[in-house]
Every structure is written in C-alpha cells, then in structure tokens.
Design a binder for this molecule. Structure first.
Ligand code: PLP
Length: 350
C-alpha cells in the first residue's frame, strides 16, 4: 500500500481525511495545467474536471466549487424557496456543521426526520412529506448523506436511496445527496458512484478529502440545475479565475485516487478490530464500513478530551466529539503500521 510515504516523520493524524496532502502527480499537473479565466470565457482544466465529474456520477453537468459546504448551500439555494423545509437526518453534516448557511443565508427550515445510520424511518419521512402546509410552507427538499460522517462513515444502501427518491418524487420534492465521501461509499459497496446517485436530483462530492486534492468539491445534476447553481455561485463570490491550477489536482484525484480508498477502509477495519479486542464497548467493527470510526469512550475511565490529550502526547491526533465520542478517520497518510501503533497506545493507556 502507498502508506505514510511523505509523512512518516510527523504525528499520526486521524482527525480527518481533509489533512491529506496533494500527491507528486497532482503538484506536477497543477504546474502544467492549461489555464483560462473561469468566470469570463472559461478555464479549460476546470471544464475538463466538471465534465469528468459529471460523467463519473452519470449526471448532465458539473460545477467546480471551493468547498463542500458551498456545494451543499448552492443545492439548497437552487432547489428550495425561502421558508420551505429541508427534510434532513439530525446527524447530517448539514445540521451539525452547515446550519448557519442553511438558515442564515438560504432562509430555509431544517425539519429533522428520525433516522438510523443515515437511513430514514420511512414512515416518519412519509409523514414529514405529507404534513399539511397550513402552518408551514412545506417540504422543498429531501436530504441524504453517504458515506455518513455523523453515523461513523456508514453507507446508505442504494435501495434506500431509491425508496426515498420515489417517495419524494410522488410529492414533487427533489432530493439532494451530500456525497462529500461518495467515492468511499461506492468503493465500500463495489458499485460505480453513478449507481448510488442515479435516482437523486443533485449530488455534491469532494476531491479534497480521501482523494487527496488540496482544494475542491463538485456539484452535479441536470444542465438546468447546474446553470442556476453557477449563477448562484457567482452571487456568493465562488466564481474563481485561473482555477485550473486546483482543478488539475482534482482531475488527478478522480482519475487515480478512487480505487485506493479501499486501503483506507482496510486500515479503519484493522483499527476497529484492534480496539474492539481491547474493549468491546469502544466500537463494533461490523459498523465500520468505510474510513471513519466513532469510538464510544463513555465506559472508559477518561472522557473524550482526556483521551485526545493522552493520545496527542504519543503523537496520535484524534478528534473529540462531545464528552463521550472520539472520531478517527483513516486516509493515505495512515498505514497498517500506524494503525497498530494507535491500537498499542490505546491498550497501554486503557
Ligand atoms: C458529510 C460532509 N458534508 C460536507 C462537508 C463540507 O465539506 P467542506 O469542508 O469542503 O466544506 C463535510 C466536511 O467534512 C462532510 O463531512
């Protein structure tokens, strides 16, 4: 496996897959990319990336963006009328981390619907879709996320995506999928990303996380939807100029970095198995489907912050989420040997 090649000297950084650095091939592509003015008459490298991205998710058109947060916000702005509801799982990144944009910029109401591991309770979703719009404007969008960050990288089964879309369509409500880690989900399922997102109206995915590009996310959907999102992107100040410099790395990410995500999943599974052997209340390896582990430390003798601090003293960086949970995310700079060191450190400290 590619391993901690360029980074073996530093700490083992499991806080997020966003810490990945560009590959040598990306840096070379960035140096030599043909450039133009993306906001004027077009940047040829951005155009190539947008076309490639749209093709990979089998949608008509794509739009290159500085971040996943902007992609999700543009999807809301393009689909939803001010005052409408977005039906969303309470653990979705949209709710936990992007709510200010949703409410403050888009003026849209997050209406949470009961869910488990990113899958809606379909009866609750039906009720939310049917809610009589007397006191409310009504549902303007249904939200899905896969792999599901808040649920520990769980993968939403494509059958569930199809069921949710069919229910929403019956009510004339579009569906957006937050696929910041869509390719982790696709690799875990062993299906093309396009298969997962075929029934949704729009999808956002990042090239900046496990795929290792330094910057960037893509929004994809129908040509009309992307045309509208493009205008809204400009409104938000997201129109970039010689963005081919960063799009070039995104192209290398999509062309060469997808299949290797399986290595990150294997390392995550190795971590889960090792930690389960130390204390089975920490994590159930069967729930670790991609590159994210959420450890429940509530039955250990430290809270999450204390665990993060003691691990940091040993050169291992993790993210404390609240008092009881640690998040560990594997990526290109964390290999099997690093995973074994994490498990050994945990065992010694436990
Ligand atoms: C599921 C999910 N959606 C959206 C985002 C936002 O992406 P960005 O950090 O590029 O704005 C993240 C970031 O971690 C995420 O995990």
């Amino acid at each position: 496996m590619s391993g901690r090649d360029e980074d073996s000297a530093g700490p083992i950084d499991l806080r997020s897959d966003t810490v990945t650095r560009p590959t040598a091939a990306m840096l070379e592509a960035m140096r030599t990319a043909p450039l133009g003015d993306d906001s004027r008459d077009g940047d040829p490298t951005v155009v190539r990336l947008e076309q490639r991205a749209a093709a990979m998710v089998a949608k008509e058109a794509g739009l290159f963006l500085p971040s996943g947060t902007m992609g999700n916000l543009l999807a809301v702005l393009a689909h939803v009328t001010r005052g409408q509801d977005v039906l969303v799982d309470p653990l979705a990144h949209l709710v936990t981390s992007e709510i200010a944009g949703l409410v403050g910029v888009a003026g849209v109401v997050p209406r949470t619907v009961a869910s488990q591991a990113g899958r809606y309770d379909l009866a609750a979703l039906a009720a939310a879709l049917a809610a009589a719009p007397t006191a409310r404007v009504g549902a303007g969008l249904v939200w899905l996320e896969t792999s599901h960050n808040g649920a520990g990288g769980r993968v939403v089964p494509p059958g569930h995506v199809g069921e949710v879309c069919a229910m929403a369509r019956q009510r004339g409500v579009p569906v957006h999928l937050d696929g910041a880690r869509l390719f982790n989900a696709a690799v875990a399922l062993g299906v093309p990303a396009g298969t997962i997102v075929a029934p949704v109206d729009s999808v956002m995915f990042c090239v900046s996380k496990g795929l290792s590009a330094p910057v960037g996310s893509l929004l994809a959907g129908s040509a009309a939807f992307i045309q509208r999102a493009r205008a809204l992107r400009r409104m938000l100040g997201g129109a970039m100029r010689q963005a081919g410099v960063i799009a070039a790395a995104g192209l290398v990410a999509l062309e060469t970095m997808v299949d290797r995500l399986a290595e990150d999943h294997a390392v995550a599974q190795r971590l889960a198995t090792g930690l389960f052997a130390i204390d089975p209340t920490l994590v159930d390896p069967a729930t670790v489907e991609t590159n994210i582990l959420r450890l429940d430390v509530s039955r250990t003798r430290r809270d999450a912050r204390a665990w993060a601090d003691i691990l940091a003293e040993h050169g291992i960086l993790v993210q404390a989420s609240g008092a009881a949970q640690l998040r560990l995310v594997t990526h290109r700079h964390v290999d099997e040997a690093a995973a074994d060191r994490v498990v050994a450190t945990f065992a010694a400290a436990a």
